[in-house]
Design a protein. Structure first.
Length: 213
């Protein structure tokens, strides 16, 4: 039974990350409609916020895989002008919209229901954020996805990725995550990069497309 349960969990997780958009949407809506993800509702003090505040330049932020609106509501309101959060789950976005309205950010924050792998921005941004959502990008699509979104960075704009290299089990390293982090460091111009000495080893990488000269 243990092996069966683990197999089903793996298959479900794989589909939620890499499956067809319609199926992913149904699964994520079910997840966010329950209390399963309530534990992530408060992430104030996350290690990514100082980087967002540093590079926002009172400009525009695109948050890909925004979930229930943590970044949109926990980031200092006076460091950015506008924020667009994209997520496949309508249930998550409903919470994000409600939180933004309650916090007086209804005009500052907006949200789009879409699989971020296929989302097409209509403007340029100072920051394009993948806060853990890079985990759901297949390794072979990391470079194409970033090249696609790079066209929507302002001059001097940056990508910011925050990923956990470990998990709750001491000494366990997520090899798929570390492979993606290594790929970013090989293929892009790194502005800043840090692995924090905290549980699950969060990494923040700030980078830009490599200049073609």
């Amino acid at each position: 039974m243990y092996i069966v349960d683990r197999t089903l969990t793996f298959v479900r997780g794989f589909i939620m990350s890499y499956g067809p958009s319609g199926i992913k949407k149904k699964l994520w809506d079910k997840e966010f409609s329950s209390s399963k993800w309530d534990f992530i509702d408060n992430t104030a003090g996350d290690c990514v916020y100082p980087y967002l505040e540093k590079y926002a330049h009172n400009g525009n932020i695109l948050d890909l895989g925004c979930g229930p609106g943590n970044t949109a509501n926990e980031l200092a309101a006076n460091v950015y002008q506008s924020y667009i959060g994209v997520d496949i789950s309508e249930a998550a976005l409903a919470k994000a919209v409600r939180r933004s309205q309650e916090n007086g950010r209804g005009q500052q924050n907006s949200f789009v229901n879409s699989d971020f792998l296929g989302y097409k921005p209509t403007q340029e941004f100072d920051i394009i954020l993948f806060r853990e959502s890079m985990y759901h990008v297949p390794y072979g699509q990391v470079i194409p996805i970033l090249e696609k979104y790079a066209k929507h960075l302002k001059p001097g704009g940056v990508f910011i990725v925050r990923l956990y290299a470990g998990d709750h089990r001491p000494g366990v390293i997520k090899t798929r995550v570390t492979a993606k982090l290594d790929l970013l460091k090989r293929e892009f111009d790194i502005v800043e990069s840090r692995q924090f000495d905290l549980p699950a080893m969060p990494n923040v990488v700030v980078f830009r497309p490599r200049s073609k000269s």
